[in-house]
Design a protein around this ligand. Structure first.
Ligand code: PGA
Length: 251
């Protein structure tokens, strides 16, 4: 059975002191809780090692928000998958729409990043999603299928089974405009069918597909009730412990 997961994506928010404090709050909230899903926080690179030292990773997973498409070398300013793994983190968000849009990430660079993440024992949370124009002109199913195919279908079935997918319609990210639970379900079922076409039904059924885009305590339960929605990737609402835990407890 596929896992249910709620993962926070802090983006470029919090100073180190603020971030460590937030991680400690979430860690404390989980210490005596038995959530019905895995819980993960993905934090800025600078925060990884200090946060790793403060949290109990059997209850709260830790991830980066990106990694480089090279292992090491003369790539000033980049942070590699081995470096991320060496902090104690075990997840990495890859292909977030903000990285695709503002930093020119393509399926080609993402294939390199996915390979390096897997080689270093990191679980990729691989993001896909259409922009508003593609939602409106009706090409969204093809667009998202292509992102999955181009970014991931070079993997063996064994490696593909290590991937977590996050469907994040770009028009819903940070806009307060959530996809309806039905729109999310339709897309998640579509993505699962695309995976089944390549790797078979069993692999598709075991793939966790998270929804992201203005997910909050007030709409999480309705989204998570859908059969193909296996949890959420949470931006803004992950920056307040109470809101994030409200989403975790929506399961
Ligand atoms: P949001 O961001 O929850 O603030 O819309 C989600 C994401 O970009 O992962």
């Amino acid at each position: 059975m596929r896992k249910k997961i709620v993962a926070g994506n802090w983006k470029m928010n919090t100073t180190l002191a603020e971030g460590v404090q937030l991680a400690e709050e979430v860690n404390a909230a989980l210490e005596n809780a038995t959530p019905k899903c895995d819980v993960v926080i993905c934090v800025p690179f600078t925060h990884l090692a200090p946060v790793a030292a403060k949290i109990n990773q059997t209850k709260l997973g830790l991830g980066a928000e990106n990694c480089a498409d090279h292992k090491s070398g003369a790539y000033t300013g980049e942070v590699s998958a081995p470096m991320v793994a060496s902090t104690g983190a075990t997840y990495v968000i890859l292909g977030h729409s903000e990285r695709r849009q503002y930093y020119g990430e393509t399926s080609e660079t993402l294939r390199e990043k996915v390979a390096l993440a897997l080689e270093n024992g990191l679980t990729p949370i691989f993001c896909i999603g259409e922009v508003l124009a593609e939602r409106e002109n009706g090409t969204f199913n093809e667009v998202v299928a292509r992102q999955v195919e181009e970014g991931l279908f070079n993997l063996s079935a064994e490696d593909f089974s290590k991937i977590i997918l996050a469907y994040e319609p770009v028009w819903a990210i940070g806009t307060g405009k959530t996809a309806t639970a039905d729109q999310a379900e339709d897309m998640h079922a579509h993505i699962r069918a695309v995976i089944a076409g390549k790797y078979g039904q069993e692999v598709a059924d075991n793939t966790s597909i998270l929804y992201g885009g203005s997910c909050k305590p007030s709409n999480a339960a309705e989204l998570f009730a859908k059969p193909d929605v296996d949890g959420g990737l949470i931006g803004g609402a992950a920056l307040k412990c109470a809101d994030f835990m409200g989403i975790v407890n929506a399961f």
